[in-house]
Design a protein. Structure first.
Length: 177
């Protein structure tokens, strides 16, 4: 989406992508969330959701700090944006031992928190680029929220769809349904 991202567009996009991802999550038995590697880093589907939960928590923290007049340090203290692969590895290592139920709870809590923020932040604060120093010169708070909700949900959906397709093609898959 080019141009200004407004509240209604943001909330509609988040809602649609969240619903789509949840339909995919429902197709995966809980015990399989941690069972298989779905990317080159060796992450499971649970790790993908833990990654999203962590970034949602970060984004919420940046928004809340910015609204208090503070200047958060995205993506994390001691990291620059070009170092996100290293940060993502740290997130993976820190969260990989979490249970599937905890990861799902964190995922849903992160989603709910960012949606609530998107609903209550002043429209100008939400939608105007560089309204806060931490957003950078071309990004709005809305774009940060989108990156850590709808865009992440689309990314996760690719991993979940790939897993669902792979299970459907296994000879024993019909007996699991």
């Amino acid at each position: 989406m080019k141009g200004r991202l407004d509240r209604a567009q943001l909330l509609a996009e988040i809602d649609a992508e969240y619903a789509a991802l949840n339909r995919l999550i429902e197709q995966v038995p809980a015990q399989d969330l941690a069972a298989s590697s779905v990317n080159s880093a060796g992450w499971s589907l649970k790790d993908v959701l833990a990654h999203i939960a962590d970034w949602a928590q970060r984004s919420s923290g940046w928004c809340r700090a910015g609204l208090r007049g503070e200047r958060p340090q995205p993506p994390a203290p001691g990291f620059k944006w070009n170092e996100t692969p290293r940060l993502n590895r740290e997130i993976f290592l820190r969260r990989r031992g979490h249970t599937a139920s905890r990861v799902l709870r964190d995922f849903r809590t992160g989603h709910d928190d960012l949606v609530q923020l998107a609903r209550v932040i002043d429209e100008a604060d939400l939608c105007e680029p560089h309204r806060f120093a931490w957003t950078g010169p071309t990004w709005s708070v809305a774009k940060h929220i989108r990156a850590n909700t709808a865009a992440h949900y689309r990314w996760a959906g690719k991993h979940f769809r790939k897993w669902v397709r792979s299970v459907a093609t296994r000879p024993h898959s019909r007996s699991r349904k």
